[in-house]
Design a protein around this ligand. Sequence first.
Ligand SMILES: C[S@@+](CC[C@H](N)C(=O)[O-])C[C@H]1O[C@@H](n2cnc3c(N)ncnc32)[C@H](O)[C@@H]1O
Length: 249
Amino acid sequence: MFRKSFLLTAAALSALGTVAWTRRRGRAASSPQGVLGPEAVRSLYDRLAPVYDALAAAYGLLGAGQFHRRAVGALGLRVGDTVVDLACGTGANFSYLIDAVGTTGRVVGVDLSPGMLAKARERVERHGWANVELVEADVRAFAFPEPLHGVISTFGLEMVPEHEAVIERAVGALAPGGRVAVGGLRRPEGWPEWLIRLGELVNRPFGVSRAYEGVQPWHSVRHHTTGVRYEEHLFGAAYLAAGTRPDEP
Ligand SMILES: C[S@@+](CC[C@H](N)C(=O)[O-])C[C@H]1O[C@@H](n2cnc3c(N)ncnc32)[C@H](O)[C@@H]1O
């Protein structure tokens, strides 16, 4: 309990710094009242992009790095596969995806923020990954490539109230045996109210608010895939749901 409080407080302090930073650079980082539309998401993440990886490193203290590794592992990818990373941001999943698909596979990262994609591009160039493509698009309108063996999204689909349609299309584009893995934040159960409020404060710089509590993409994974594996992480504040494309009837 002490460790949980300490880590959340440390993350909150770093988040407060980011709130102050984003406010200095533009309007308030997010509207705590509602779900953001695509323009607001783009503008928020364009402002956040220069500091996103540093902030994410603070979340690494809470186990976020392991979370990305597990999410990629849940796809069961093989060398040569093609995988799409929806709302890829700066590419936190890429190294794990490249490890899984090798140099003969293909990784397609999709995001609507040019600022986040610029950071992802820096990461790709730094590592010399020749088989990563970056696409600037809203996941709601993205046309999935075929053949496709896996679709992943981490900490992104909570921002997309239409996640059901996105996941349905993703599953529809998968080759037989293809898998989807979706992970992100959820309202933790059994936490005291003050800790939930602190968690909300920590995540406010990312555009998260109580309005997102009803956006629960793991239900969509359950609806559209089989053999679903569901896990909770980060003391119950994050979920990971993965499943396989159902066989044709
Ligand atoms: C919290 S970041 C997560 C980035 C990365 N997946 C990770 O795990 O670090 C959320 C990302 O979702 C993107 N995003 C939100 N809504 C989107 C949408 N409708 N279409 C594409 N990208 C979206 C944002 O631009 C941002 O880069």
